[in-house]
Every structure is written in structure tokens, then in C-alpha cells.
Design a protein around this ligand. Structure first.
Ligand SMILES: C=C1C[C@]23C[C@@]1(O)CC[C@H]2[C@@]12CC[C@H](O)[C@@](C)(C(=O)O1)[C@H]2[C@@H]3C(=O)O
Ligand SMILES: O=C(O)CCC(=O)C(=O)O
Ligand SMILES: [Fe+2]
Length: 376
């Protein structure tokens, strides 16, 4: 029985209509390969000076790259190997079984592939994923070893993610206890990705460009490579380091840090010959958690995690893509920014009687423009 999702059959129309030269044009030129800043967490146990230096290095990477890699992180190599073995086993199941509604007794759409809302090769992902909301993990049946491995991994990943989030907050002078109060393994999720070999890898993505909807993500990847990120306006390849875990800042930490730490757009290119596996632990708060920066004036209005997720879901439904609709992610930020601006501006106008245009230019006309363009 075939294990591969039927990309070509399901998206036949897209593959056929994309036969135009423009669509066929290559999406990826040969890109520079960079090593992410490497943070040795072992330095956090060496004394106050080493700890301080290590946290500063992490904060700099989160500010300048939005990405870094960590070693001596406390997650045993053996556990990562076991997780990968279990991940391989589950993805080797026949496609018909994986796509059953109650596969693993998890909620529908835990198993995802392609992109049901794809309109072109550019927003169709050549990958399959098991996206597990960890509060549902106890429901998982049949695959006991997979479940117990995920439980063990998510406990450890949660401790690690909280530690990283707290150090990053400490560096900004923010309250570190915020993360322990609002995040737990059951509010977070684990996305296990598989990228089958892709004969069209020069024309489409393994996973389309996106930012992550969380505080931070911990990614375990194999040695195949293919992860790319946007850096100074250019796409760069991330050099795979199977000994390290990749960490990236998500949208919530960008808002919480008032834009200091960056949620960077990234994507994956599937390999032509070799399948690739990765597991992304999304460190998320509960739905009720309010995200509001301690630093003022805030670039964002305060919003709940639920509100933001609902906005993303709407955007994905409307466009098949988190980013394609004139920066869908930015729309919340733009709206947030606009509301803050409006209050500030009306006060300034009353007080100083300055011209509106001049004030908008001073305080962020680009956010105002995004807002206007969206007619909201
Ligand atoms: C089609 C999509 C699903 C996704 C948003 C996207 O436009 C591209 C990436 C996907 C991703 C990856 C990280 C997170 O798991 C996620 C929730 C997100 O914010 O972007 C998912 C989105 C999803 O699965 O709905
Ligand atoms: O596969 C990877 O390396 C990254 C996956 C990713 O970006 C995601 O699951 O959000
Ligand atoms: Fe991601």
C-alpha cells in the first residue's frame, strides 16, 4: 500500500495550469549556506560571568537573526533518536490509514499534507505533518510507544523552552515568571514533518514561507538540510547540524518583546532524492493568555492568543497562506499599531494642532497604509 500522499493527483489542476514558463521558473537560486549562531547552554552552569555572556549571545541572536542553534541543551540524544524512529514508523503507514479522520484517535486534521487551500505551486507545500496539540496526547491510542515518547519529549522540550524564554526575558528586564504562568506542555504542540523526495523541488516548497504562531519553536532536524530563512532581505540556507537543536522566535515573542526579538519568515525546500524529517515543538501559551509587552510605548495593542490564532485561521482560509494576503500576519500588528497611533495622534492633534500627514509620517505611516489598504 502506498505511503505517499497523492500530491500529483490531488493537485493535478495546479500542476497543469502551472505549466506556464513563469510558474515553472525556479523558486530557488543557489543560495549562501550559513551556520546559525551556536549557543552552548553548558555555559549557563559555569558561573555568573559565563552565564551572563551566554544569555547576551542568545539575546543578540534572537534580535539579529530570530534564529539560533543550541548544544548541551539537556535533551538526551537517545530520546531524540527514539522520537525520530517513532516518527518514521508512523509516517510509513499507508496513506489511506494516515488520512482517516480518527487516525491515532486524534482530532481531525492532525494529519495534514499539501495545502487544501492551495491555489498555485507557490502556496502548495510538498510535505506531510502530524500536528499534535499536546493536550490531546493522552487520547492517542494504538501507537503506545509513539505516545509515550512524545510525552517524554514534550516534558523535556517544555522545560527547555521555558528556560530559553525566561533567559531571553531576563535580558530585556522583563518578568521571567510570565512563561511558567501561561505555558505548559498541554498548551503547546508538536508538529512532526516529513518531506518526501520532491521531483519538482526547484518549482515549489517543502513548506511554504511562514512565521511560527508561538513564543518560540525548538526544531530537531536530520542531516538532509533544506531549511531556509530570510536574512537582511535575502533567503539563506541553514547549514544542518544534527548535533544541535534549532530555536526560532515566534510571533508572540516578537509582540511580547515589543519587536526586539524577531519572528523571521522561513521555509523548507524538499530534497529531490532524499526524504527529510523534522520535529517542531511550538512553545505556546493557553488560549486565554494576554500578550502585552512590558516595554512602552508598545508597538502592539494587547491581544489574546485565541484572538491571534483566529485571525491566522481566517487568513489561511481566505488565502491558503499565512503571509500572502498583503502580509496577513502584519494585519493584526498593523491594526494594533494603528489603534495605538490613532489615540496618540488625536492627543497630539488636539494639543499641538500639527498636520495629520506630518504626524503619521513621524509615527509609522507604513502601518497606517497597510491598514488603509485593507479597508478596515
Ligand atoms: C498553509 C499553512 C499552514 C500553516 C500556515 C501556512 O500558511 C504555512 C505554514 C503553516 C504553519 C507552520 C507553523 C505552525 O504550525 C502553524 C500553526 C503556523 O502558524 O504556520 C502552521 C499553519 C497551520 O498549520 O495552520
Ligand atoms: O522542517 C523544518 O526544518 C522546519 C519546519 C517548520 O518550519 C515548521 O514546522 O513550522
Ligand atoms: Fe516554522
Amino acid at each position: 500500500m502506498a505511503i505517499e500522499p497523492p500530491f500529483l493527483e490531488k493537485y493535478k489542476a495546479i500542476f497543469q495550469s502551472s505549466a506556464s514558463e513563469k510558474e515553472k521558473s525556479t523558486i530557488v537560486d543557489v543560495l549562501e549556506e550559513l551556520e546559525l549562531p551556536l549557543i552552548d547552554l553548558g555555559h549557563l552552569n559555569l558561573g555568573p560571568f559565563e552565564t551572563k555572556t551566554c544569555i547576551e549571545k542568545m539575546a543578540r541572536a534572537a534580535t539579529e537573526w530570530g534564529f539560533f542553534q543550541i548544544v548541551n541543551h539537556g535533551i538526551p540524544e537517545e530520546l531524540l533518536t527514539r522520537l525520530k524512529q517513532e516518527q518514521i514508523k508512523v509516517f510509513q503507514q499507508p496513506f489511506d490509514k494516515k488520512s482517516e479522520d480518527n487516525f491515532l484517535n486524534l482530532s481531525a486534521q492532525s494529519y495534514r499534507w499539501g495545502n487544501p487551500l492551495a491555489t498555485s505551486l507557490r502556496n502548495l507545500s510538498w510535505s506531510e505533518a502530524l500536528h499534535i496539540t499536546l493536550k490531546d496526547i493522552s487520547k492517542m491510542d494504538e501507537y503506545n510507544k509513539l505516545r509515550s515518547t512524545i510525552e517524554e519529549y514534550s516534558e523535556k522540550a517544555n522545560v527547555l523552552a521555558q528556560r530559553l524564554a525566561e533567559h531571553l526575558a531576563e535580558s530585556l528586564g522583563f518578568k521571567a515568571s510570565y512563561f511558567g504562568e501561561n505555558c505548559s506542555p498541554s498548551s503547546s504542540s508538536l508538529r512532526m514533518n516529513r518531506y518526501p523526495p520532491c521531483p519538482y523541488s526547484s518549482m515549489m516548497f517543502g513548506i511554504i514561507p511562514h512565521t511560527d504562531t508561538d513564543f518560540l519553536t525548538i526544531v530537531s532536524q536530520d542531516r538532509v538540510g533544506g531549511l531556509q530563512l530570510e536574512r537582511n532581505g535575502r533567503w539563506v540556507n541553514v547549514k544542518p547540524n544534527p548535533k544541535a537543536l534549532v530555536v526560532n522566535i515566534g510571533d508572540f515573542y516578537e509582540a511580547y518583546s515589543n519587536g526586539v526579538y524577531k519572528s523571521i519568515t522561513h521555509r523548507v525546500i524538499a530534497n529531490q532524492e532524499t526524504e527529510r524529517y523534522s520535529a517542531a515543538y511550538f512553545y505556546c501559551p493557553t488560549y486565554e493568555t494576554v500578550i502585552e509587552s512590558c516595554s512602552k510605548p508598545s508597538l502592539y495593542r494587547k491581544f489574546s492568543s485565541k484572538e491571534y490564532r483566529e485571525q491566522i485561521q481566517k487568513d489561511v482560509k481566505a488565502t491558503g497562506d499565512k503571509l500572502s494576503d498583503a502580509m496577513a500576519v502584519m494585519s493584526l500588528k498593523a491594526r494594533v499599531c494603528f489603534l495605538t497611533l490613532r489615540v496618540t495622534l488625536s492627543k497630539i492633534i488636539v494639543l499641538l494642532k500639527f498636520s495629520l500627514d506630518f504626524q503619521y509620517c513621524q509615527f509609522g505611516c507604513c502601518c497606517f497604509n497597510i491598514f488603509c489598504n485593507k479597508n478596515m
